[in-house]
Design a binder for this molecule. Sequence first.
Ligand code: G3I
Length: 375
Amino acid sequence: MSPRPSRRALIGAAALTPALGLAAWRRPEGAPLDPPTMTTVATLADAARAQGRYYGAAVRAEQLRENAGLRAAVLRDCQVLTPEIHLKWNSLEWRKGEFNFAPVDDLLAFSQRHGMEVRGHTLLWDQGTPGWARQDMLQRRDWSLMSGHLERVLKRYAPRITDWDVINEPIDTEAGAAGLRRNVFHQAFGPTYIERVLEEARAHAPQAHLVINDYGFEYDNPVDQARRKAIVALARRLRASGAPLDGIGVQAHLDLSKGPLAVEGLRDMTRRLIDEGLEVTITELDVKESSFHGSAAARDQKVADETRRYLETMLAFPQVRGVVTWGLSDRFSWLSEPPQRLHADAPLNRGLPYDADYRPKAMHHALSEALRLTA
Ligand code: G3I
C-alpha cells in the first residue's frame, strides 16, 4: 500500500453535507403516513463515511449549474465528484494549443466551496485523445507530446486533485496484444507506455493516488473471465517492475442482460489485486437495464438487487476505498444517450440512484445499506 496519507482518512475527516436522516422527519398528527421522500433517506456520504469510505458521482459542471435538483442531490450525497467528460485530453485541447480548462475549474470551485474532493478522470484514454495528437503520436512516435500533456494537466490540477485515473481502459483480451489494448499509445510507444506514464505522473504528483481504470470484470462469461485475469497480470507486472501504481479502478458498468454476477470471480480478482498491495476503487457504477419491461418499480427493484449483490461482494474488502456512480440521476446518464439509447422515444434507462425527477429510488437505498456494511 502507498506510504502517502490514506485518502479515506482525508475524505473521512472533511466536514461535508449535513445529515438528513430519519430523525429529520417528524410526522405531525393526522399527516399522511408516507414521509416526504427526500428526508427519509440517509445520505450516501454518511453511510460511506461511517465505514471509512467515500461515495461520489460523475457530473458535468454545466449540468450542476443548470439543474437545482441535481445540485441538491449532489450536495446531500456526494463527498467526491468525477468530471464525466471535461478532463479528457480531447476536451481540454480539442485543437492543438487551444485549451479549455473552464469546466474543470468550475467543478473544482464548486467542490471546494462544498468540501468535496474531485477524482481525476482521466489523464490518458485512447477514445479521449484528440485526433491531432493521435496522428502526431503515430507518425512521429515522439514522447514529448505525451510528456507535455501529462505535465500541463498535473501541474495545473495535481495540487487539488490527488486521485487520478492515470490510464483508462488499457486492457483488451480479444483483439489486444498480450492482454493489452492496441491503443494509439501502444502502437506508438509499445507496451511499456504504461510504466512511463505512471513514472511521469508520480514525478508531477508525488502525493497522488495513481490508478489504472478499466471495465468488464463482473460477469461469468469467457471475456470477463479473461479480463479479470488480464488486470491481475498487468497489476503484477507493474508492481514487480516497481512502477508507481497505487490502485485499480473497477468501472462496474453492470448490465442485467449479462446473467448473474460472477461473485467468486470478483472476489478472487479483488483479493489478488489487494495481495499486490493495491487498493481498489469502484469508479463508474451504474446498471444497464436489459428490456425495460415491467413497471418502473419492478425495474428499479432489479437495478437495486444487482447493485446490492455487487456491492456486498466488493465492499467485503476494506481495501475497496470508495464507490462512484457514473451519474446520479437518470436524467443525465450516458446510458440514456445515443448510441446506448437506440431512439429518441426509448424509455430512459433507470440505472442510477435518482430518477429523472431527482427522486431517490430503490438503488439509492441499496447503496446506502451496502455502504454501511462493515468489511
Ligand atoms: O458536447 C458535444 C456536443 O456539442 C455535440 O453536439 C454532441 C454530438 O455528438 O457531442 C457532445 O459531446 C459528447 C459528450 O459526451 C457530451 O454529451 C460526445 O460526443 C460524447 O462522446 C461524450 O460521451 C462521453 C464519453 O465518455 C466520451 O467522453 C460520455 O458522456 C461519458 O459518460 C463517457 O464516459 C466513459 C468514461 O469516461 C470511461 N468509461 C466508460 C464511460 C461510458 O462510456
